[in-house]
Design a protein around this ligand. Sequence first.
Ligand SMILES: Cc1cc2nc3c(=O)[nH]c(=O)nc-3n(C[C@H](O)[C@H](O)[C@H](O)COP(=O)(O)OP(=O)(O)OC[C@H]3O[C@@H](n4cnc5c(N)ncnc54)[C@H](O)[C@@H]3O)c2cc1C
Ligand code: FES
Length: 293
Amino acid sequence: MTAPHHGRQLRKNDLAKFEHTYKAEIASVSQLTAMERLYRIQIIDPEERRLFSFKPGQFVMLELPGIGEAPFGISSSPSSRDDIELCIRTAGNLTAWLARATRGMRVGIRGPFGTSFPMETMHGQNILLIAGGLGLAPLRSPIAYVQEHRNRFHQVEILYGTRDPSQLLFTFQYDLWRRDEIGLGIIVDKPDPAWKGPVGLITRLLEPIIAGKDEAFIQNTSAIVCGPPIMFKSVCAMLNEAGIPMQKMFVSLERRMHCGMGKCCRCNVGSTYTCLSGPVFDFWSVMNLKEAI
Ligand SMILES: Cc1cc2nc3c(=O)[nH]c(=O)nc-3n(C[C@H](O)[C@H](O)[C@H](O)COP(=O)(O)OP(=O)(O)OC[C@H]3O[C@@H](n4cnc5c(N)ncnc54)[C@H](O)[C@@H]3O)c2cc1C
Ligand code: FES
């Protein structure tokens, strides 16, 4: 079984590292949709900035001084050492404050936390990157990894579904992905009059990608699936029916979290702390985690 990276109990020196809050500032804010913005966050100390690194799938705790702290998946390239990008949807108190934030505002960052997508184990394979809604935010980091190491992967397909065209995230990237010979299929649930693409659920896009493929293709394919549980359950079931083992499908399980480092017991599913053993799990492990989905 392929274990996602970094799942483990924290040692004492890990704890000290994870309790450290990096002083940072919002370097830019871009409005992506009515509800989602992309924040570029830069650690202020140049040496701390240089040493900060993360893997695709990991998350940080973002602190707004005097307001609180919340977990967000890192949405940028792991090779970028200058800043990290977080794609954030307005949901409640902290994210509403963030929606009013402007360039130069001081914030705190803890982390990075959690397991990551095992990108190196997928070298030499076909890779399906499948996102529903806000799931494209955590998927953008493994997509950037694939772009930067394009010759290490065979066929690469991004499949992305949203409710309606106004909710499409990262539209400025689509041509860049296609230019790197990455297939991109987009589907919406509720089209507007201008929409010319397919309509329906994401499984409608997946079907022609995997239907009729030979055993060699199926055996050499991995998938990363990010989105709401109802979406990744049906996608993973379809992939499994096609013959892709559950151990080669990876999902991100985003439970409510508080400390991010195994101290507060807020994120557990059974005896598993999703902040330490997740958020990235292979689908086999998720199926065996009671109450996970
Ligand atoms: C590992 C991880 C990665 C995440 N990555 C992102 C990301 O990239 N972009 C993003 O916009 N959000 C992400 N989230 C969710 C984000 O943490 C919450 O939206 C945020 O904490 C809400 O804070 P708030 O104070 O604005 O809202 P609150 O007032 O705390 O909550 C507002 C509403 O959102 C619900 N909610 C809060 N957190 C979660 C959650 N984890 N799952 C489901 N419902 C929740 C609450 O039940 C409530 O209904 C992630 C969560 C986790 C655990
Ligand atoms: S978030 Fe505190 S134990 Fe996981």
